[in-house]
Design a protein. Sequence first.
Length: 315
Amino acid sequence: MTRPPVHVPVLLDEVMTYLAVRPGGTYIDGTTGLGGHSEAIAGAMGPEGRLLCLDRDADALAIARERLRPFGDRITLVHADFSELPDIAAAAGFTGVDGILLDLGVSSLQLDEAERGFAFGLEGPLDMRMDRRQALTAAEIVNTWAEPEIADVLRTYGEVRQARRIAAAVVRARPVRTTWDLARAIEQAAGGVRGYQKTHPATQVFLALRVRVNGELDRLHAVLPRARSLLAPGTPRRGRLVVISFHSLEDRAVKEFFRRESSDCLCPPRTPLCVCGHHATLSLLTKKGVRPSGDEVASNPRSRSATLRAAERVA
Ligand SMILES: C[S@@+](CC[C@H](N)C(=O)[O-])C[C@H]1O[C@@H](n2cnc3c(N)ncnc32)[C@H](O)[C@@H]1O
């Protein structure tokens, strides 16, 4: 018998604290994955609550559907990108919601299945698509894109220091069919794995390709203002947005959005009188990013790079 993969939800207690789920409330989980956070939200919202669950990955959603079956029609699952949220939420009758969760990045299902091609620890085809309906794969980038374009992807999305050198090695190694072909090419370009005791040189390259294949940063930039507009606007209830990110580019985007939206003025420093007309729409619930405890990292190493930020809508 095959057992469904286990995904331990990251920062679960913190998510529940910041979402402050109330009985009878309405919630959206934009990144349902295997349904760990959704299950906790559904349990807390009680029989009158409603939860809309989205994921780009049909396989993940099928597992979440089984897990969430006990909650019946209080849960609506949709195979979709979270950047389409306003339309999907409207169609499902979700407006003025009490809370939205975005737990970004990849799930254990994606990382642990060799055929998905996300992990260089497992040999598999260079796929990396969260949504397998999409055309672009990592194989297409490494085998058909020009060297400078590949270098640009590595620099922009993985902050890879030897981007040009690694891109050149990847192009020389064509055809690059599997995750291991790619990892070998990277190791050679980076001078082997010695000296990289903490992080394998392929880590940032795989991250960059994954982020580019799935358009992760563009989608994150698109969803943040849309999610904010879906929240209950302050009176009588303040809807809450909770975001967990896993790398610095994601966290920077979330932090910058929260900073802007919680500011009453965006005029340049030392402008004597405010002329921008901006006003705060969010109030920060976390002044600094919340990180997992040592115990959580020890029991779930995948949580180690997680940062949670939360805010509530005030206007
Ligand atoms: C870290 S996992 C979520 C795990 C989940 N919170 C749980 O408890 O099982 C991230 C999930 O978000 C999904 N995802 C990432 N970007 C997405 C997007 N733009 N739209 C919808 N789902 C997305 C991935 O397919 C993946 O299943």
